[in-house]
Each structure stands twice: as C-alpha cells, then as structure tokens.
Design a protein around this ligand. Structure first.
Ligand code: SF4
Ligand code: MG
Length: 273
C-alpha cells in the first residue's frame, strides 16, 4: 500500500516540509507499521497538509490542539501508533499549554514539530521561535522578544525523549523519527525546517548544524547543556532518552475494551433532545 496519497502538493518548491514528509514515509516503511495501525494528527499551518499527503488515518485539527487530540486517540485505543505533526506557531504559540502536560504525563505519542521560526501559511509573521530582531510582516522593526527554547521546555517538563532534526539531512531525520516512534513515552522531535519563502535558513543551518556524538542521552544535565547550545554550532540528534511509566499504562480501561453489544444510547439522545 502506498503511504503517499495522490493529492497535489501545494508547498512551495524547496520547502523543508518535503524532507519531513519523505523522512516520515521512509521511517514508516522501515518500521513496517501497517497503515491502518497509524493515526496522524496535524494542526494549522503549512505542516497541516501532512494529513492530506499521507495515506493513513488522519485528523486535521484546529489550531494548537494536536497534543490533546493525539492524547485522546491514544487513550481510546492504545494499540495505535499516534503521531502528531505541528508547527512552531501551532505547538509553541497557541498550543503551548499542552506541551508541558503531555511531557509530564508521559503519554505514549510522538510529536514532530516543523519548526521554521515563522508563520508561513499566514505569509510570514514572527513566531515564538523567531530570533530576536527578526523582521517580518508583524515585526517590521525587528522582533523585541527572546525566542523560546522548545527543547529546554520539554526537558524541564519531564519529557522522556527529546530530539532535534534538520530538514537538510533526510537520512538522519528518518533515523530520529524511527527512534521517536519506537520510544515508549512522550517523544518530541523538533525539526529545523527552512521556509524558503519567508525565512530561508538552509545556508545558516548547513554552516552550523552538527550531530551529537559522545553524548549520553540518559544524562539530564548534559541534555540541558546541549539544549542551551545555539550559536556557531547547533546540535542535532537525541538529547535525552529515558524510560518511565506512561499515562496509557496507568489508565487501565481504554474505550476499545468497553463492550458495545447491548448498549442502548436512545436514553442519552432523549436527554439531550
Ligand atoms: Fe514551506 Fe514556507 Fe512555503 Fe509554507 S510558506 S510551504 S513553510 S516554504
Ligand atoms: Mg512555522
């Protein structure tokens, strides 16, 4: 079964979103997960089209609500592999309230954030991860705000898997996606995704990005130190990875385990008439 639909792509040519799509498809093929066993959730933004381009169960939800949707799906049917796709505007702005709670609950889902440091779909306004001084349609004199460090937030909130990838390195990104999906617990993968139209960062990242090596991903303080590194050198790879009981393991009764035979919902309908 083809994992890609025949829906025409509307992303700008050269957009980093293509790399994330390719890496995800390659990861799915190598993990050999049956398409009917995957559910993806996407939010609002250019990344949201992932739901249209992937031939799996999908839910294109409202702005910033990828995590609660993905959490509900996982709790209803823990047998499913649930992957949320979000953007920096979606996950780190309007949806920011959900991230620390998913991390501390350790719900067994994967969150892949297409972090292009700009609102691409709405034609280039600054987001929480835009660098200070970033000139955009909504900050013509330069953004006055310090950017958010999403990896630091995830670590401080108790995430058990924290990683960063780069859309300019698809084979490495594929490995990270596989690791994130295989991880039992809340896995966040922030992807440096250049937006060629409003913030083309390919060159900037190519000159700075390096892969984490000789790094112990079970060392929390080492992970924090690496998450703080954002200057002439920008690390990618798995910053942190530990095992802890997941929320879905705590919740003993899932919706699919509740028998549906003999259930009469007529009374319920009557109540809300
Ligand atoms: Fe990609 Fe930016 Fe175009 Fe959106 S606006 S499709 S993020 S290049
Ligand atoms: Mg964005």
């Amino acid at each position: 079964m083809k994992l890609q639909t025949s829906v025409k792509k509307t992303w700008c040519p050269g957009c980093g979103n293509y790399a994330i799509l390719s890496a995800f498809i390659a990861a799915m093929q190598e993990l050999n997960i049956r398409p009917e066993k995957i559910v993806i959730v996407s939010g609002i933004g250019c990344h949201g089209r992932m739901s249209d381009y992937l031939n799996v169960n999908s839910f294109h939800t409202i702005h910033g609500r990828v995590i609660p949707l993905a959490t509900g799906i996982k709790l209803a049917n823990p047998e499913l592999t649930v992957v949320g796709f979000s953007g920096d505007g979606d996950a780190y702005s309007i949806g920011i309230g959900h991230l620390p709670h998913a991390a501390r609950r350790n719900i067994n889902i994967t969150l892949i954030v297409h972090n292009n440091q700009v609102f691409g779909l709405t034609t280039g306004q600054y987001t929480p991860t835009s660098p200070k001084g970033f000139r955009s349609r909504s900050s013509p004199y330069g953004s006055l705000e310090e950017p958010l460090n999403p990896l630091l937030l995830a670590l401080a909130s108790g995430a058990t898997f924290v990683a960063r990838g780069f859309a300019g390195d698809v084979s490495h990104l594929k490995i990270l996606i596989k690791e994130a999906i295989n991880h039992k617990g809340f896995a966040i993968l922030d992807v440096l995704q250049p937006c060629v139209t409003y913030y083309n960062t390919y060159q900037y990242y190519r000159e700075r990005v390096y892969k984490l090596e000789d790094h112990d991903p079970t060392d929390f303080y080492q992970a924090i130190k690496k998450a703080l590194e954002w200057n002439d050198r920008i690390p990618i790879g798995i910053f942190y990875k530990i095992q802890r009981e997941t929320l879905d393991e705590h919740v003993k009764t899932s919706l699919i385990s509740v028998p549906t035979t003999g259930v009469n919902i007529k009374k319920l309908y009557e109540r809300f008439k």
